[in-house]
Ligand binder design. Sequence first.
Ligand code: NAD
Length: 411
Amino acid sequence: MKAHEAAQLYFNRAADLMDLSDNMRRLLSIPKREVQVQIPVELDNGEIATFVGYRVQHDDARGPMKGGLRYHPAVDLDEIRALASLMTWKTAVVNIPYGGAKGGIAIDPRKHSVREMELITRKFVDQIHDLIGPDTDIPAPDMGTGAQEMAWFLNQYEKYHGYSPACVTGKPVELHGAEGREEATGRGVGILAFKLMSRLGRKPANTRVALQGFGNVGSYCAAFLAEADFKIVALSDLSGAYFRPDGIDVSAALRHARHNRGSLEGFSGTEKLTNAELLELDVELLIPAALGGVITAENAPRIKAPIIIEAANAPTTPDADALLHDRGAVILPDILANAGGVTVSYFEWAQNRQHYNWGLSRVRQELDKALSDGFERVWDMSNQRKVSLRTAAYFIGIGRVGRATVLGGIR
Ligand code: NAD
């Protein structure tokens, strides 16, 4: 199943239970704007290479559109369209004044030099700078991008529009970035894991965790959970999975990755597994924090974890979601679980517009509050309406966006 079809299925499942009219469904489903651009560059070896970039702006009823920029070979319009719609529901679930968007370039950044990646990023900005901006659509990091790409993005955007630090978030702290943004998504997953476990009556020390993905989200999440006394038994990245039933020394894994260009390759003292095997480990908590579509109807019957927290976007296909739900598994959905990133992006944007630095402790405090409020609302809705946490989150997201759309008027 393609990514957008899966996203629509989740939307429609909730819309059916909300008795949402066909007209409103159509309005909330069709993106406001979709752009595909050509990015030709001269590579270091003198050859010309042409890449394809996308920006999908899904909905702006609640404010400027917001969403990450993904650099990955599997990026296509369908995937970006799906991720843009998730951003609309996500910003609404945590009640920050944004709509949803997403962008990306179909490219494997590991195969290109720093100079080539800078050139590609700048050329992409050349193509889309008129369509984005601090009051319109604000990009941020996602898979394959980080603070450096955001710095290039800002610099190129400012060549056209002058000083505009709020045109992109996830920037380096030295260049109008917010303290606490880099850690925010992983930390947010950790905060929510803590809340969910306490609602389910489980203690961190008795919770074995398998975590897929050790990039921005996975590494900060692992650090937070280890600090909070969870027992991380498996970690993974593109190089494979690393398993130790007695618990992995997360600080050692972080050190190893730091000295190894971010990779866990060669991390010792653990049993090597595949990423597919990691998903099926006998653990209490499974956290996919890498790609989408990794939990499917094929492997769902073998997944033993009773609790899944979706740190990645769209890691569970709708048929797998139904199978796991019927079996009693609890899934904290992506549109709440990884909302810490966009929440602190909002704080960064707010600080840029105030020309005032909040400092790390205020950022962390406000993140905790925003996620706690979002969690409590979703939890209560799920209990009141007797639906999954995912459907409850969609009820809240669709409800808020729908009301804003109607109140604003469509004439
Ligand atoms: P990243 O590029 O920093 O890290 C990705 C990690 O996944 C790396 O460890 C990589 O080795 C691993 N990986 C890639 N392909 C894999 C595969 N086939 N099997 C196993 N591991 C694989 O990306 P990130 O920013 O950490 O994003 C991870 C997920 O979290 C994505 O789904 C992204 O959309 C989502 N997300 C990120 C943010 C953010 O602020 N960065 C916010 C919300 C959601």
